[in-house]
Design a protein around this ligand. Sequence first.
Ligand code: DGL
Length: 265
Amino acid sequence: MRIGLFDSGIGGFSVLKKVIELCPDNSFIYLADTARLPYGVKTNNEIKKIAEEISSWFSYQKIDAFLVACNTTNAIALDVLKNNLDVPVFDLIGSAASTIKESRVGVLATPSTVKNKAYTNAILDIKPKTFVIEQPCPDFVPMIEMDNINSDEITDVANGYLQPLLKQKIHSLILGCSHYPLITPLLTEILPSGVKLIDPAEALSLKLKLFMDSKTSNFSKRRKSVDLKFYVTSNLENFPNKAKHWLDVFPEVNLVSLQKKGWVS
Ligand code: DGL
């Protein structure tokens, strides 16, 4: 199967990794909209416009399924993505919300995701009595993109973000931005052992796997290995190293403009 996914930068790597673990031997097209990173401080209108451009680019890529590997776009413009694509769309927020069992849940996410209360609404739709507290984390994405992930600085920042949630005695913590699973070791160190860490990519991968299993006959010519294609909207030079660091591949990366129309796959 040919699967499309996108993020503003390297955050979607955390989703790609989980999906490859469960659904290997497929073809993946990863788009990083690096020219407009970070998404998490943008307005709803900006994110909707971005979602339109991204989905229209992917509509030329002959994909069989699409993964929303960015929570901010998921929170604000899922309808735009779904309307513009004629393949099944798998999202992080809906997938994670349907698996929540705890009654006190914390969410770490970008300021734009938190402002839209997407996780709170998605969880309360399914389990109305759940207590949900969302914490905006504006400093994480720039730090993770700069690979500033083992410093006292990020430890202090993480402590600051987690304290209000821990005061509320949360039982689980959702990593509501796809960049955050990349700092799981740091978060695990700070969190008390009783708090369960939830990476929404796990629920998304399971849904994708179920979908694939149900379609096996239609896609019987399965690949025998994973095939990865990467596209960025700027900073072409840095991206192969980032992919090497996080995914252990050194891919060819292509520069693409999302504004220009008339793409070919
Ligand atoms: N990783 C994305 C998310 O899940 C976007 C983060 C950003 O660019 O601010 O929200």
